[in-house]
Design a protein around this ligand. Structure first.
Ligand SMILES: NC(=O)C1=CN([C@@H]2O[C@H](COP(=O)(O)OP(=O)(O)OC[C@H]3O[C@@H](n4cnc5c(N)ncnc54)[C@H](OP(=O)(O)O)[C@@H]3O)[C@@H](O)[C@H]2O)C=CC1
Ligand SMILES: N[C@@H](CC=O)C(=O)O
Length: 430
């Protein structure tokens, strides 16, 4: 069976898709019993130099791809909301199956697009939208579908993990490593999506919706990025036997679901602490399976191409067997969301204070008034009459910590609160 493919966008990921389809063509044919051919590719600039070539039409006219009656599968790898959303709806209306890597779009318009695919009786797959080459969506939707998922913790942004790893291990500067991540094709077109935590929040909204069968919108995710993390924090974390990661956390508890993305201090014994560089990992706990861990390259041309081509192969098999995957929206529950003031974690607090007697004792009292006590304290002289103090609290309610910090801010001996970072001490089986 011959299956024709149209691609929208020929950037980092588009080139990876072409390369994977070309380099593994023979095996792909054997495994799907289909001959997959790229028929047309949409690109904005037809004259720029690219890393791939082949026997396909390169066009800047969307209709030449979207309306070609021979094309069975459209791969959207342009990114952004519009015109990607309109093009996907158009493709479905014209009877095409669709594969996309676009988490911005799926996190916000996933429901609309899945409904449109359902109505058209076509497949819509988006494995590459989370975790680059890691097959996490298929795992949650299929392989783990017998479970009630209780916890999902992940490092799901390659760019920030690349930056934090280089800062911690090589003492390199934030801006220099970010530029390198952009050059390697890891970062989004607007890299503030990566460093401000939005990219991870979009991915977490997608994962939590699938894992908990309850729609989690982007706005439901509490988000904080890595821009306030300094080399001092990384050094203190190392002193505490820990590291700092941009962590995505989703928990299903009796009170509801909790979804948050923020930098977190992790003990080196934590399963996610050794996930470095552009690698991503997602730690999933199900009531039947227990702990599982998915690990791989979270960004880049070929890893993302791998996830997309696997989705294409799934569709090819469906086309060959004249079937369609179950693409009904999997969100059949409507679970309540926990408010951020009810999140329960330990905290790392770095302060600059006057180096005088009773300051530490007063700080302990101010935190104790909010029922918060310390697990560790580090104090270092800074200049003649100042001290830097790092406090690590025992787990507490986030609302209580905010109350304590308000009192600490008002204490005249405190010169500045330089950073407050959540400390993810435990994981379910610890
Ligand atoms: N890079 C990665 O590692 C990963 C990326 N993704 C997702 O994959 C998608 C693509 O990312 P990536 O390849 O990195 O992005 P790039 O910016 O490298 O590529 C996108 C390409 O699409 C082109 N394009 C954008 N809009 C249009 C349009 N309206 N008409 C024609 N061409 C258009 C761009 O052209 P121009 O350059 O002129 O703007 C560019 O060539 C995004 O949704 C991204 O979030 C997912 C997982 C990993
Ligand atoms: N910018 C993203 C790319 C993959 O989704 C990342 O760094 O993870």
């Amino acid at each position: 069976m011959s299956i024709k493919i149209g691609i929208l966008g020929l950037g980092t990921v588009g080139c990876g898709v072409v390369q994977v389809l070309q380099q593994n063509a023979k095996d792909i044919q054997t495994r799907t019993h289909c001959d997959l051919q790229i028929k047309a590719i949409l690109d904005r600039d037809l004259h720029r130099k690219r890393d791939v070539s082949g026997d396909f039409l390169l066009t800047d006219q969307p209709e030449e791809v979207l309306h070609d009656p021979e094309i069975d599968i459209i791969i959207e790898v342009m990114g952004g909301i519009e015109p990607a959303r309109t093009f996907i709806l158009e493709a479905l209306k014209h009877g095409k199956n669709v594969v996309t890597a676009n988490k911005d779009l799926i996190a916000v318009h996933g429901h609309e697009l899945l409904d449109a695919a359902n109505e058209a009786g076509k497949d819509l797959y988006f494995e590459a939208s989370v975790g680059g080459g890691i097959p996490i969506i298929a795992a949650l939707k299929e392989s783990l579908s017998a479970n009630k998922i209780t916890h999902l913790l992940g490092i799901i942004n390659g760019t920030t993990n690349y930056i934090l790893t280089a800062m911690a291990e090589q003492g390199r500067e934030y801006a220099e490593v970010l530029a390198e991540a952009q050059q390697l094709g890891y970062a989004e077109a607007n890299p503030s999506s990566d460093v401000d935590g939005l990219d991870a929040a979009r991915k977490l909204a997608i994962l939590a919706s699938i894992a908990f069968n309850s729609r989690v919108a982007l706005n439901d995710v509490f988000v904080e990025g890595i821009s306030k993390i300094t080399r001092e924090d990384l050094t203190y974390a190392a002193e505490l036997g820990c590291t700092i990661k941009l962590l995505a956390v989703a928990k299903h508890q009796d009170e509801g679901i909790e979804v948050r993305v923020h930098p977190a201090i992790l003990p080196l014994t934590h399963p996610l602490a050794s996930v470095n560089g552009v690698f991503n990992a997602i730690y999933v706990v199900g009531d039947a399976v227990g702990e599982t861990m998915f690990y791989g390259r979270g960004a880049g041309s070929l890893p993302t191409g791998s996830a997309i081509v696997s989705d294409v192969m799934r569709i090819a098999r469906n086309l060959k067997s004249n079937s369609m995957s179950s693409i009904n929206c999997t969100c059949y529950l409507d679970l309540p969301l926990k408010s951020s003031s009810d999140f329960y974690t330990a905290f790392y607090i770095r302060l600059l204070v006057k180096d005088e007697p009773r300051v530490l004792a007063t700080l302990a009292l101010l935190f104790a008034e909010a029922n918060i006590s310390f697990a560790s304290i580090i104090q270092k002289q800074r200049g003649k009459d100042q001290a830097e103090i790092v406090l690590v609290t025992h787990p507490c309610r986030e609302g209580a910590l905010q109350e304590a910090l308000d009192s600490v801010k008002a204490y005249s001996k405190v010169l500045s609160i330089d950073n407050v970072i959540r400390f993810e001490k435990d994981y379910p089986e610890s």
